[in-house]
Design a protein around this ligand. Structure first.
Ligand SMILES: N[C@@H](CCC(=O)N[C@@H](CS)C(=O)NCC(=O)O)C(=O)O
Length: 215
């Protein structure tokens, strides 16, 4: 019997935590949430007892520890095969894995210039060509997937690929990064999810301000 415990950081800022959290919630997989607030100035000492990497998210299932957001979601998909966390078709599953891996490994310019920050009043900031290239590539991915699937999510129903891109949806909204119709349609589908609303409501109530994440 799985006994999932998901350690996450601040909901306002922790984009990597949002990924497995929204994936598990949306799939109806039960888990206990352990929110451990960031303390970057002191090296996040409270992460030491549960995190081998000193980062979040971390999933514990009994004596098993899984780190890295994508590995956590892969594990959940293995343990709960009926949750359809990946597309059923082998080719589409390969595509979903490819764009999830691209997100996990890439888009560093966008991630560092535009940190997830749900508290922040929406407004534009100056962005350079590398950030613009990340934005353009993400819009191309979303457009190709949505054209093929017909939406509302990248592969029709919600999958790990949507969970991996969830923080990008938040960044696009906070920093007003695109007027593209694809972004607006996909963002509406994502931000209407009950799991999204639950996370965001909790995020904006958090009292903590993390200077390192404010741009
Ligand atoms: N590749 C990791 C990234 C995890 C990560 O960088 N998490 C951030 C919070 S969003 C963190 O814990 N940072 C603490 C630190 O770098 O000291 C994943 O996918 O889980």
């Amino acid at each position: 019997m799985p006994d999932f415990q998901l350690f996450i950081g601040n909901k306002n800022y922790s984009s990597w935590s949002l990924r497995p959290w929204i994936g598990l919630k949306q799939a109806g997989i039960p888990f206990n949430e352990e929110l451990v607030p960031f303390d970057f100035k002191n090296g996040n000492p409270d992460f030491r007892p549960f995190s081998p990497t000193m980062k979040v998210p971390i999933l514990k299932d009994g004596s098993l520890t899984v780190w890295e957001s994508l590995a956590i979601l892969e594990y959940a998909a293995d343990v709960f095969p009926d949750a359809s966390l990946w597309p059923g078709d082998v080719g589409l599953r390969a595509q979903a894995r490819a764009i999830s891996a691209e997100m996990h490994a890439g888009f560093g310019a966008l991630r560092s210039a535009c940190p997830m920050n749900m508290h922040r009043k929406p407004g534009r900031i100056a962005i350079d060509g590398k950030v613009r290239a990340d934005i353009d590539r993400i819009i191309d991915i979303w457009r190709e997937c949505l054209d093929r699937s017909g939406g509302p999510f990248l592969f029709g129903g919600f999958t790990i690929a949507d969970a991996m891109y969830a923080p990008v949806v938040s960044r696009f909204a906070t920093y007003l990064l695109s007027d593209d119709a694809t972004v607006s349609t996909y963002s509406s589908a994502m931000t209407s999810l009950p799991a999204w609303i639950e996370w965001q409501e909790a995020a904006v109530k958090e009292p903590w301000v993390v200077e390192e994440e404010e741009v």
